[in-house]
Write a protein that binds this ligand. Structure first.
Ligand SMILES: Cc1cc2nc3c(=O)[nH]c(=O)nc-3n(C[C@H](O)[C@H](O)[C@H](O)COP(=O)(O)OP(=O)(O)OC[C@H]3O[C@@H](n4cnc5c(N)ncnc54)[C@H](O)[C@@H]3O)c2cc1C
Length: 392
């Protein structure tokens, strides 16, 4: 089979890219996924959808994405599971300047956000202990979504518009012709491709080994604990990013909460995802560390019980921002990888940006050089207002 574009990787990134390519008339497009759409790190995501970022470029991408995620049925024709429970980013004195700078910039971009003091934080979420809090940034219309439903909505909509969706289809090797990929050899046959998009997330360098390339993307372990909240802490609560205490949390239904770390130093980093055991159970040490941190802010959580958890992997670049760029060595290979643990919420905009760059039919949402791979060589890293990589 011959395709104009083959997108490798059916996570939220690849599915959105396939959808936007087909929508913009890219010709014959295939989405190739070794398992099923949403199986990868998308399926392990806590899927927080916030707009707080440190640069206007990424904030614009988050805003464009949020607009789609909250209207997914109308925009794309299926669910995203978006729930607007609000987002509170809590800052101590150390983070206050960055918080104020970001909120001023975000307002200019058009994000609905404001700085609130401790008493208003308690109005938004009365169960919170605001001791030591300098201020918070509040986004009333942010929240979380369902990452697998979102990826599958994109894949189904792409397929309805003519994309060939190949699940249980692994790219095992490539055949090169000079500096171009001539065909992909997969577990379901050989595909000729004019253009290949690598959206394989934490597996990106495993994929790139096939063409002799490597990107500065490390793989980092992230553990999520699921808490059963006590009776005194039931119902929804906002998504909380607690900078001084190094964690974030989001509700899961009326009685449970997902919690993860925002500490960039906490985890081991490796080049290959195979260095980690994805079936590993969340450690009791991690759960007790998380429990201690969250109980400082939400005293009721001292009575919470562990209901489970899982291990996921981040594909992390040196500045915790994606690479959206052509390969240095292979003329017809485009990489959209290195989403650094915050890429679910950006998936609509990543799809739009990729289609805009590749097809050149519309002005890209942001400067196409912003996520270039060369920024690492030129040492022009994307700036961040905080030291917490994932809250970048
Ligand atoms: C624990 C955790 C929590 C997170 N929380 C958030 C959050 O709150 N908010 C947020 O915005 N983001 C979050 N993220 C990040 C976010 O989930 C990801 O950045 C996002 O889902 C994008 O994933 P992807 O499509 O790039 O990769 P993936 O979903 O991993 O997709 C890549 C796909 O490529 C496939 N693949 C790999 N190699 C091949 C091959 N050779 N042939 C065919 N297919 C192949 C894999 O099977 C996989 O399905 C979190 C991530 C984790 C792990």
């Amino acid at each position: 089979m011959r395709f104009d574009v083959v997108v490798v990787g059916g996570g939220s990134t690849g599915a959105s890219i396939a959808y936007h390519l087909v929508k913009q008339g890219a010709g014959k497009v295939a989405l190739v996924e070794k398992d099923y759409v949403g199986w990868g790190q998308t399926g392990r995501s806590t899927a927080v959808v916030r707009l707080h970022y440190s640069t206007p470029e990424v904030a614009s991408m988050a805003l464009a994405s949020w607009r789609v995620l909250k209207n997914m049925e109308k925009e794309v024709g299926g669910p995203s599971g978006f729930t607007a429970c609000g987002f509170l980013l809590l800052a101590g004195e150390e983070e206050l300047q960055g918080l104020e700078r970001n909120v001023a910039m975000l307002k200019k971009v058009g994000v609905e956000t404001r700085i609130i003091a401790a008493d208003e934080v308690r109005e938004v979420e009365p169960r919170i202990d605001t001791t030591g809090l300098a201020a918070a940034a509040y986004e009333p219309e942010s929240g979380y979504a369902d990452p697998v439903a979102t990826a599958q909505t994109y894949a189904r909509a792409a397929a309805a518009d003519g994309c060939v969706l190949m699940e249980a289809c692994e790219v095992v090797s490539v055949r090169m012709e000079g500096r171009r990929i001539e065909r992909l050899i997969t577990s379901r046959g050989e595909f000729e491709a004019d253009l290949v998009v690598n959206a394989t997330g934490v597996w990106c360098n495993t994929f790139l080994e096939k063409v002799g390339e490597e990107l500065p993307v490390k793989v980092m372990k992230e553990e999520i604990v699921v808490w059963s909240r006590p009776e005194t802490f039931r119902g929804q609560h906002p998504v909380v990013g607690d900078l001084p205490n190094n964690y974030y949390m989001r509700p899961f239904g009326e009685t449970q909460t997902y919690m993860g770390s925002i500490n960039p130093d906490m985890n081991r980093q490796e080049k290959h995802p195979t260095a980690f055991n994805l079936n590993e159970k969340v450690g009791l040490d991690t759960a007790s560390m998380y429990g201690e941190a969250v109980s400082k802010r939400f005293p009721a959580m001292a009575e919470a019980r562990i209901a489970g958890g899982w291990v996921g992997l981040y594909d992390v670049t040196p500045d915790w921002h994606p690479i959206v760029d052509f390969s240095a060595q292979v003329e017809n290979l485009f990489n959209v990888v290195g989403l650094s643990g915050h890429g679910f919420k950006l998936c609509p905009a990543l799809g739009m940006l990729t289609a805009d760059i590749l097809l050149k039919r519309r002005k890209p949402l942001i400067n196409p050089d912003f996520f270039s791979r060369e920024r690492f060589e030129r040492r022009r890293l994307i700036g961040m207002s905080y030291k917490y990589g994932v809250i970048s």
